[in-house]
Design a protein around this ligand. Structure first.
Ligand SMILES: *Cc1c(COP(=O)(O)O)cnc(C)c1O
Length: 429
């Protein structure tokens, strides 16, 4: 089937003249796949509609936040009601307390929380806080983990940085990058070695407890527990970047699911219900370092914004309860086991990593368990797979190194249609 994309193509041409790469965030450009992005006119539930009138079943879920699907009725209503009352006050409002209460109740490690306007600000501030609290400068991060685009976190970073071959960005001063020590995901020895080399100098270990920005890579048995132990032994803090996994893996995030409690937790995506929000939180004694309680400076003109708080609250309230997570698991299991069967039947060299309602199909014969093994995936093959799916009206993430996200708006019918499209797409490779 030939798809009409004339309007999207014309819009992309216009956008390229005005914005670098025609976009405001790199992977959106589809440069890693078909090279010309679809311009979205509207979205509802599990579906996206482009400017040419094509309809897609969406598995990007805006990179994770839309766990209820697009334009959920209750979320839209909450935003509308909040907008009528003013869009920003520069002064506190009640819903900041309500969202904070929700977060503190759900996330085991969080006793106090500070809202930001993005995940990038949350991780950046969490690292500053760890440095302030410990009086140390170095941090350990893992190759392939993405923590937003702050200077010292853009070292061997995942997501778009990996997709476009710039995991360590120019423009990051060497002195900053030198403060970031790199370890290998799922490899405790690589962490032990760094603690051996830099005794009493490491402020924190930061990681995605389930890595999702090099594609989904799950922590092997004992990995998170060992990181908890080694940070405690060395007087360093453990930071979980749960910007994706918070309220996605379980209401309590990955820390609840795996039973490993970090010192500081970063949140974002789902807690904003599709509006720009991030947050970092942790133990009371640590959070009391943050201004104006303490000396570590952190601020934001639009932090705790009333629209964002309303959207986040409406999302978390609707998501509350086990049944929703069971439903998401059921849908994802149906899709993942269906794809596994197809892969086996057709003899495609591919592996699926999945956890709760997210997964990645890696086009590789090797088990994807860290950055190096993930990078062995055949990205050309992914690109063809993606394009075939797009033409069949299925929107997968436009890069091998990202996750597929299901939402409560998806149905069994969507899953069946998607499986048929995946079988055709893989057969045609
Ligand atoms: C998306 C993401 C971020 C950055 O959040 P932004 O809101 O895009 O700044 C940080 N960490 C992880 C794990 C993410 O997935």
């Amino acid at each position: 089937m030939k798809m009409k994309l004339a309007k999207s193509k014309a819009l992309y041409k216009a956008a390229e003249k005005l914005m670098p790469g025609g976009v405001n965030s790199p992977v959106r450009s589809f440069n890693a796949v078909s090279g010309s992005p679809v311009f979205v006119a509207k979205a509802k539930g599990a579906y996206i509609y482009d400017e040419d009138g094509n309809k897609y079943t969406d598995y990007m879920s805006s990179w994770g936040p839309l766990i209820l699907g697009h334009a959920d009725g209750d979320v839209v209503k909450a935003i509308k009601e909040a907008a009528e009352l003013g869009t920003s006050y520069g002064a506190p409002c009640k819903n900041e307390i309500e969202l904070a209460k929700h977060v503190v109740k759900a996330i085991p490690s969080v006793e106090m929380v500070r809202m930001t306007s993005s995940g990038t600000e949350a991780t950046m501030s969490a690292v500053r806080l760890a440095r302030a609290f410990t009086g140390r400068d170095y941090i350990i991060k893992f190759e392939g983990c993405y923590h937003g685009h702050a200077d010292y976190l853009l070292v061997k970073a995942g997501s778009g940085a990996t997709t476009f071959g710039t995991p360590s960005s120019p423009g990051v001063p060497k002195a900053f990058a030198d403060m970031t020590l790199l370890a290998t995901y799922n490899d405790l020895a690589s962490v032990e070695e760094l603690f051996g080399q830099y005794p009493d100098k490491i402020a924190a270990v930061i990681l995605e407890p389930v890595a999702a920005n090099m594609g989904v890579v799950t922590p092997e048995e004992g990995f998170l527990e060992s990181l908890r132990r080694i940070t405690l032994e060395n007087g360093s803090l453990l930071i979980f970047d749960e910007v994706i996994t918070g309220f996605r893996m379980s209401p309590g995030g990955a820390q609840k699911a795996y039973g490993v409690i970090p010192d500081i937790t970063c949140l974002g995506k789902i807690i904003g219900g599709g509006l720009p929000v991030g947050a970092f939180g942790g133990r009371r004694d640590i959070m009391n370092m943050v201004a104006p309680s303490g000396p570590m400076y952190q601020a934001g003109t639009l932090s705790g914004n009333p629209l964002a708080m309303a959207a986040g609250l409406a999302t978390l309230r609707k998501l509350d309860g086990k049944a929703n997570y069971e439903r998401l698991r059921e849908l994802t299991d149906a899709l993942v086991s269906g794809i596994t069967e197809i892969i086996e039947k057709l003899g495609v060299k591919a592996r699926i990593n999945s956890v709760e309602s997210m997964f990645t199909i890696f086009f590789t014969g090797e088990e994807p368990r860290d950055y190096k093994s993930v990078l062995k995936s055949d990205t050309k093959m992914y690109s063809k797979f993606f394009e075939n799916l797009l033409r069949a009206g299925i929107m997968f993430p436009p890069s091998q190194f990202e996750a597929v996200f299901l939402s409560l708006a998806h149905t069994e019918k969507d899953v069946d249609k998607t499986l048929r499209a995946i079988e055709q797409s893989l057969s045609a490779l």
